[in-house]
Write a protein that binds this ligand. Structure first.
Ligand code: PLP
Length: 394
């Protein structure tokens, strides 16, 4: 029997301590998030303090808030700190395993409150469309501009056509270009519709770079915003999984509180049942460790590096989107993004595509320095030259 076949058989006898060695070997074989070549994901290496919090609380069950009272306190403190940051200190909230669970849960809470239709820009994250499918909610698509920002007038036009209650879902930190939808403009045009903001990426960056960027408001300071999500494992520099979902309306929060009679607390929060408290402890630790000042320093530097990358890409003949947040889509007017992407990946660059614009997506997280950007752009220029040369020769 080949080694591969053998590895798939349930072992008759355990390998015991040897598994520790095996794990070391296996982990050497793939890159880690936060590796300097990891330029696509909106993720970085976790802060050591956040990793420690994750490890310490890994064996605490956030589903049992009666027994795990410390974990419950960390949850309530984290919700309060984020509510304070995002314009609603009274916000209620739950911990999730990330942006897609937050989208699913927020839409569920809204559907239960009577909003069965979702007006959403074409550029919303794929997990939004998936959530609507799971929940059997009807989707109505609004247009976006050339940088994938929602067109507010289109939201109004689409919302007018919808019969029955509808919610508007907007994004603060688009997955492909990083732009923030103009939530206030949408609210002004459609004042009666509740708005849920998917700020999975931008929620913990935008509030900290206001000294360098003039960004649109997107949070509870806008009347129509009833719920907002953000991820620890993106800009909160935590390990995976870590997400938060905040509600500005008590009735929506109540829709994600469920009975759990056999456990001490009698109530449980979120769509999942058993889950680790590591997800919230890690974000709590990042926030306590960095504070506003630390986040400002971290993401101001990312913006500076992103601006440096933008200028250099322009000077090398590329056509990047302007990095509103530290994320951009790099296009070339003559070369297909997909070909650039695969060649760069073969060279070891862990980059993603921005399919809506036909380019390559990079995210400038804290581990990406100017030196990494220079090395990346040097390779990109080389790859572009090779593609051009091969098309001339063929
Ligand atoms: C805007 C946005 N929302 C939601 C998600 C899904 O988040 P997760 O992968 O943590 O479930 C992503 C992922 O990149 C995202 O960019």
């Amino acid at each position: 029997m080949s080694r591969r076949m053998e590895a798939r058989k349930f072992p008759a006898k355990g390998l015991g301590e040897k598994v520790f060695e095996l794990l070391d070997e296996l982990s050497e074989r793939e890159p880690e998030l936060g590796d300097h070549r990891s330029l696509g994901p909106m993720m970085s290496a976790p802060l050591p303090v956040s990793l420690k919090a994750h490890m310490v609380f890994l064996r605490r069950n956030l589903n049992d808030l009666h027994w795990f009272r410390v974990s419950a306190d960390l949850l309530h403190e984290t919700v309060a700190m984020l509510g304070d940051l995002l314009g609603n200190p009274e916000a209620r909230g739950i911990s999730t395993y990330g942006g897609s669970e937050s989208n699913l849960t927020a839409l569920y809470a809204l559907r239960e409150a009577g909003y069965e239709n979702v007006v959403v820009p074409r550029s919303a994250h794929a997990s939004v469309f998936k959530a609507c499918r799971v929940l059997r909610m009807c989707i109505f698509i609004a247009d976006v501009d050339e940088e994938l920002r929602v067109v507010p007038e289109s939201v109004r036009a689409v919302a007018r056509e919808v019969e029955g209650g509808s919610v508007i879902l907007l994004t603060a930190g688009n997955t492909e270009t990083g732009v923030i939808d103009d939530v206030r403009a949408v609210h002004d045009l459609v004042p009666d519709a509740p708005i849920f903001v998917d700020a999975a990426f931008g929620g913990l960056i935008a509030p900290f770079i206001t000294g360098l960027r003039k960004l649109p408001d997107f949070d509870f300071r806008i009347d129509g915003v009833v719920a907002l999500s953000l991820d620890g494992h993106k800009a909160g520099l935590t390990p995976i999984p870590s997400g938060m979902l905040l509600f500005g309306r008590e009735d929506l929060y109540d829709n994600v509180v469920f009975e759990s009679e056999y456990m001490g607390s009698e109530k449980q929060l979120s769509l999942l049942w058993t889950r680790t408290a590591a997800s919230v402890a890690s974000l709590w630790a990042s926030i306590k460790y960095l504070g506003r000042e630390g986040f400002e320093k971290t993401y101001s530097e990312c913006i500076r590096v992103a601006d440096y990358a933008y200028e250099r890409l322009l000077s090398e003949g590329f056509n990047p989107t302007r990095p509103e947040l530290p994320l951009m889509c790099i296009r070339h007017d003559e070369l297909p993004g997909i070909e650039l992407l695969w060649r760069l990946r073969k060279m070891g660059w862990y980059v993603y595509s921005c399919p809506s614009l036909g380019g390559i997506k990079i995210t400038i997280m804290p581990h990406i320095t100017k030196e990494v950007i220079d090395a990346f752009i040097d390779d990109l220029v080389r790859v572009a030259r090779d593609i051009k040369a091969s098309s001339v020769n063929s």
